[in-house]
Design a protein around this ligand. Sequence first.
Ligand SMILES: [Zn+2]
Length: 43
Amino acid sequence: MPTTGEKPGPGIYACRDCGERVILDDPDDTLPPCPECDGTDYD
Ligand SMILES: [Zn+2]
């Protein structure tokens, strides 16, 4: 389970709390806090 601050690689990650999706398109991108609820856990 990826969390904020990790670099899980390119993909689409859904916030566990609200379902907001964050798209990472670069292997060096760091997963941000959820833009909707500031959650830090993603599926
Ligand atoms: Zn959220």
